[in-house]
Write a protein that binds this ligand. Sequence first.
Ligand SMILES: Cc1cc2nc3c(=O)[nH]c(=O)nc-3n(C[C@H](O)[C@H](O)[C@H](O)COP(=O)(O)O)c2cc1C
Ligand code: SF4
Ligand code: SF4
Length: 249
Amino acid sequence: MIFYFSGTGNSQRTAIQMSEILGDEIVSMNKYLKKGEKDTFHSEDPLVFVAPTYSWKMPKVVDGWIRETKFEGNSNAYFILTCAGSVGNAAAYAKELCAEKGLCFCGLALLIMPNNYVALSNTPDETEYKGILKKAGERTASLAALIKKGEPFPEIPVTFKDKIVSGPVNGLFYTLFVHDKGFAASDACTACGKCVKRCPLNNIRLVDKKPVWNGNCTHCMACIGGCPAEAIEYKSASRGNRRYYIMED
Ligand SMILES: Cc1cc2nc3c(=O)[nH]c(=O)nc-3n(C[C@H](O)[C@H](O)[C@H](O)COP(=O)(O)O)c2cc1C
Ligand code: SF4
Ligand code: SF4
């Protein structure tokens, strides 16, 4: 069974490809998080968790969702973190999570995909992102082959710097950066409601036909990246950054 969380579509795309290759069922964590629902899942096949990398680690919302969810049947768990280049020491935390959940950790693989951090960094242009997605598709197929054979993902070498960025830097990142106070919509907003519908944490509502953010944000970039009118900015930091969104609704 393949579980995915995705802000702008990279991890969703990977999960869909994986389910096509493995012929396995796919579950959107976004939907469960949005509804605030919990469930028990029974799978005869290995569990495959696909998510973005947030500050060199699995997103906190994904870690929390896995902790609160019951898994029955096959307890082998694979993790695929889509990222712009590095997952640091993320595997150690996924391994710890598996030990706590009684799951058998079968490795964490990084999958390089286009950077989606529209709020605070520039995203690749169209030619560049198409090239990155092509390579990512090939890597997804090779990771699926390992899962099919029941082999673990190869270990990612970890440096002292990786331990620092996935540890204390990750903690500081959430405290200092992961807030929604910087988001605002300009007069270009058409009140289409897409940001409201797409926010996986139900953190946005329309007030007087303008989005208002409600303080529960994980910086997934679905709102700013997916706004069809490009009406959303994050303070002045997002100005001029190319919007990135390939999520299938
Ligand atoms: C809040 C945030 C933090 C990120 N941190 C990292 C990181 O530590 N390392 C990295 O390589 N990419 C990082 N990225 C890039 C994303 O992990 C990457 O673009 C991912 O594929 C997005 O997946 P999605 O489209 O499924 O949401 C970050 C992006 C965001 C929005
Ligand atoms: S997605 Fe954009 S245009 Fe639509 S309501 Fe949100 S801010 Fe306005
Ligand atoms: S408010 Fe925007 S960035 Fe924050 S969780 Fe919702 S969609 Fe993602």
